[in-house]
Design a protein around this ligand. Structure first.
Ligand code: FMN
Length: 210
C-alpha cells in the first residue's frame, strides 16, 4: 500500500462505539475470517503469541457485558470497573454506575483477548505489545474492508474471567461492525474532554534534529 492510501485509511478510522446489530447488518463470514486472520500476521517477541481470542457469540452475553461488566463507577477515583454483579447493582442503585458507556460490546463481532497464563506475573511485558500489534493489524484490515472497529479495555479482568470461564487473563476487547450513523458517536472531545492527539515532534519525539 502507498503512503497516501494509508493516510486515507487513518482519516476514516475512529474508535466507534455504536454499531448496527447483527440482524440489521451482519458481517460476512469471509470478512470475519480476514479480521481474525489479521491477528496471526504481525510478529511476536520470541514467536510466543501468548494472547488468545475468545469470541462472544451469544447476544445475551453481549448484553450482560454491556449492562454489568464493561462499565465503571463515576464517583470513585480512576473510575474502577465492577468486580461482580453485586457490586455493579450496588452502584446502579446508588446512581453511581456510569451508565452504558461501552455500547461497542454489542457489535456483531466481539473478541475478548486474554493471555494464556494462570498468573499476571507470568505474562511477558512484550506479550502486551504483541497483542497490540495484532489488534492494530485487525483494525486496519477491518477498515480496509469498510468495517468499523472499537476497543474496550474498561472491565475488571477477574469478573470477565469468571463470567465467561476464560482459561487465562483477559486484557482487552476488540469489536467490529458497521457504525450506526443514525445514533452516531460522541465526538472525541466529549469522551475525553481537554485531551488532544499528541503533536509528534514537540511532544513525542523530542530530540528530532536537535
Ligand atoms: C487498549 C485500549 C483500550 C481502550 N478502551 C476503551 C474503552 O473501554 N472504551 C472506549 O470507549 N474506548 C476505549 N479505547 C479507545 C480510545 O479511548 C480511543 O482510541 C481514543 O478515544 C481515541 O479515539 P480515536 O483514535 O478513535 O479518535 C481504548 C483504546 C485502547 C488502545
Amino acid at each position: 500500500m502507498d503512503y497516501d492510501s494509508l493516510q486515507k485509511l487513518y482519516e476514516t478510522r475512529r474508535n466507534y462505539s455504536d454499531f448496527h446489530n447483527i440482524k440489521d447488518k451482519p458481517l460476512k463470514e469471509e470478512h470475519i475470517w480476514k479480521i481474525l486472520n489479521a491477528f496471526t500476521q504481525p510478529p511476536s517477541c520470541q514467536h510466543r503469541y501468548e494472547h488468545k481470542g475468545f469470541i462472544v457469540h451469544n447476544e445475551k452475553d453481549k448484553q450482560y457485558l454491556y449492562d454489568n461488566i464493561a462499565t465503571c463507577c463515576k464517583d470513585l477515583e480512576d473510575y474502577p470497573c465492577p468486580e461482580s454483579e453485586e457490586e455493579c447493582d450496588r452502584w446502579r442503585k446508588k446512581g453511581l454506575r456510569f451508565g452504558n458507556i461501552n455500547p461497542q460490546v454489542l457489535a456483531p463481532l466481539v473478541v475478548v483477548w486474554y493471555f494464556d497464563h494462570k498468573s499476571k506475573w507470568d505474562i511477558h511485558d512484550t506479550g502486551y505489545l504483541d497483542l497490540g500489534l495484532g489488534c492494530w493489524n485487525s483494525i486496519l484490515t477491518a477498515q480496509s474492508l469498510g468495517i468499523q472497529s472499537s476497543f474496550c479495555g474498561c472491565f475488571n479482568w477477574k469478573y470477565m474471567q469468571r463470567y465467561f470461564d476464560i482459561p487465562g487473563i483477559p486484557f482487552v476487547i476488540t469489536c467490529y461492525g458497521y457504525n450506526n450513523a443514525k445514533r452516531s458517536v460522541a465526538p472525541f472531545q466529549e469522551i475525553h474532554p481537554g485531551k488532544v492527539r499528541p503533536i509528534p515532534f514537540d511532544h513525542m519525539i523530542s530530540n528530532y534534529k536537535k
